[in-house]
Write a protein that binds this ligand. Structure first.
Ligand code: ATP
Ligand code: MG
Length: 366
């Protein structure tokens, strides 16, 4: 990845422009952490980048950035810019290209996100990113009073970085987070959820959740239940505890999981019927809330006589043959009965036993 990024910087440079890696990638490289995509800043405009690269995937000229996939690595390339006016405490109303890296750095959120790497692989640290990383501190590039008002999402980004990196928040930043927490109301739900997802899925989430509580953000984020939530490893379990289905947008799988976790959490998770009906994943999630031993849960699940209807050793067609009947509404309760008896251990899951049972219990009813 690094070599590919250097190649990309060299390519831009061959066209007479200057470019640097910036943001998350140099930060995570310095902190020896894993990273995903690479952010690049350059004095080339999106139109000029189009002429250099055939690999452009999307262009966001309004914000002066293009995304490209270069030798299988995803790059987000942003033209040096400053952001002029902010509307809604979130989006810059307009951007203006600037000539130098120095100016571009000034519009960024936190010092730790300002370390750059040039095409020679040299680190460029204009405002003490490395020092703040060494001191494990999150500090805004500009006065937090202005920075958070300009873009209130930075409140959550600050807490997200503090959580994932286990850094402290600069005291002045903390003060203004408390003061401007109410501005979060105006930020898009989806942007907030992205940050909350990252906080809730961090192994260090206890710290992040404590910050959200201490900085009095839970009401502004419409998740007051966070104060009494149990700290569990899974993001989805935390969301399930927050009663936030009507506050944020969840995808179908998330919605379904949240609903089922809440449904199953008051049931006996080690019961065969519960495990069978809800499946191992949902029960494992709910187990985090109830201190049920996951190993025991796994063993119990593995020893279920059947895990789905398809595991029942007789098919609906065979049942019809035994009873000499056409398929019909009688099948549903009959199958449920067989399923329950097998799960209760009252009936063996083999064809002969089930056949005998059906003849005994159902044949006479004809
Ligand atoms: P990661 O990708 O690991 O989440 P990142 O720091 O790369 O972290 P991105 O959202 O990819 O974050 O943004 C890239 C860079 O753009 C950041 O490092 C930061 O310099 C700048 N940036 C992102 N969001 C903001 C913002 N809301 N305000 C100011 N600068 C920002
Ligand atoms: Mg990034």
């Amino acid at each position: 990845m690094y070599e590919t990024a250097i190649k990309l910087l060299e390519k831009i440079s061959n066209y007479g422009y200057i470019a640097y890696m910036v943001g998350g990638y140099p930060r995570d490289l310095y902190l020896k952490r894993t990273y995903t995509d690479i952010d690049i800043c350059t004095d080339a405009t999106p139109a000029e980048l189009h002429q250099i690269f055939s690999e452009v995937v999307t262009t966001n000229s309004e914000y002066g950035s293009v995304t490209i996939v270069f030798e299988k690595v995803k790059f987000e390339i942003t033209t040096f810019r400053k952001e002029i006016k902010y509307k809604d405490h979130r989006r810059p109303e307009k951007i203006e290209y600037v000539d130098t890296l120095e100016e571009d750095i000034k519009r960024r959120d936190f010092t730790i996100n300002t370390l750059c790497i040039d095409k020679e692989g040299k680190q460029i640290d204009l405002i003490g990113a490395r020092q703040d990383m060494d001191n494990k501190i999150i500090r805004t590039v500009n006065n937090p009073k202005i920075s958070l008002k300009e873009d209130a999402l930075r409140i959550l980004r600050a807490i997200r970085f503090a959580t994932t990196l286990n850094f402290t928040l600069d005291p002045k930043l903390k003060t203004y987070i408390k003061k401007y927490g109410h501005l979060l109301k105006r930020i898009s739900k989806d942007r907030k959820k992205d940050e909350l997802d990252l906080i809730f899925s961090s192994p260090n989430k206890a710290y992040g959740i404590q910050l959200l509580i201490d900085l009095k953000l839970t009401d502004h984020l419409e998740i007051p239940n966070l104060k009494k939530a149990k700290i569990t490893p899974s993001m989805i379990v935390t969301w399930a505890e927050l009663d936030a289905l009507d506050k944020y947008n969840f995808n179908t799988i998330e919605k379904e999981s949240i609903r089922k976790i809440n449904e199953v959490k008051d049931k006996d998770l080690l019961d065969n019927h519960t495990l069978y009906n809800y499946g191992l994943y949902i029960c494992t999630m709910a187990a985090e809330l109830k201190d049920v031993d996951k190993k025991l849960l796994n063993e119990k699940y593995a020893s279920l006589p059947i895990k789905s209807r398809l595991d029942i050793a007789i098919s609906p067609i065979e049942i019809c043959e035994i009873l000499n009947k056409k398929a019909g509404s009688f099948l549903k309760p009959l199958l449920k009965d067989i399923e329950d008896k097998i799960l209760d251990g009252h009936l063996h899951n083999d064809k002969d036993s089930i056949t005998d049972y059906i003849i005994d219990e159902y044949k006479d009813q004809n």
